[in-house]
Design a protein around this ligand. Structure first.
Ligand SMILES: [Zn+2]
Ligand SMILES: [Zn+2]
Ligand SMILES: [Zn+2]
Length: 149
């Protein structure tokens, strides 16, 4: 089990400013550290430290299709996935990895052993589904009729 004690100082500072269930870019983390202390690690140190934290399992990286990589604090060695709403951008943090059984299936069916996987699921959240259904009963025909001629 990895412990925080052997991490570089910059990594420990980073872990202090990160909160769980929050997706942050390296730049967000850098700004947050600077706000607390002008002598905090610089941006390139922040990027390097994020790689160390990732490798040691203290954070996970999340790819939501944005240009910037997002980081999130996790229990050391654990990871989870997200459901992301296309409508309002809500991010639901799933309790655990849903792929454990699937991993076994891949071994049995394809003889393929998974070393790394990424899974973020995009769709519509409960709120947005309700909003779309009741407040905007728009059909394709309605939309066409409303177009300016
Ligand atoms: Zn939504
Ligand atoms: Zn999360
Ligand atoms: Zn997983």
């Amino acid at each position: 089990m990895e412990t925080r004690s052997k991490l570089p100082r910059s990594c420990k500072i980073i872990l202090k400013v990160m909160k769980s269930q929050e997706l942050l870019t390296a730049h967000d983390i850098f700004s947050r550290m600077r706000a607390g202390n002008p002598k905090s690690p610089g941006l390139s140190t922040t990027y390097r430290s994020m790689e160390i934290l990732l490798k040691e399992g203290f954070v996970q990286s999340v790819d939501l299709g944005d240009t910037q990589k997002l980081y999130e604090l996790v229990c050391p060695g654990e990871h989870h996935h997200h459901l992301v709403c296309d409508g309002c951008g809500l991010q639901i943090h799933m309790e655990e990895c849903a792929l454990d059984d699937f991993r076994q299936t891949l071994v049995e069916t394809y003889g393929f052993c998974v070393s790394l996987h990424r899974l973020e699921i995009f769709g519509t959240c409960e709120n947005c589904t309700r909003f779309t259904d009741s407040d905007f009963p728009v059909t394709a025909d309605d939309a066409k009729n409303k177009l300016p001629s």
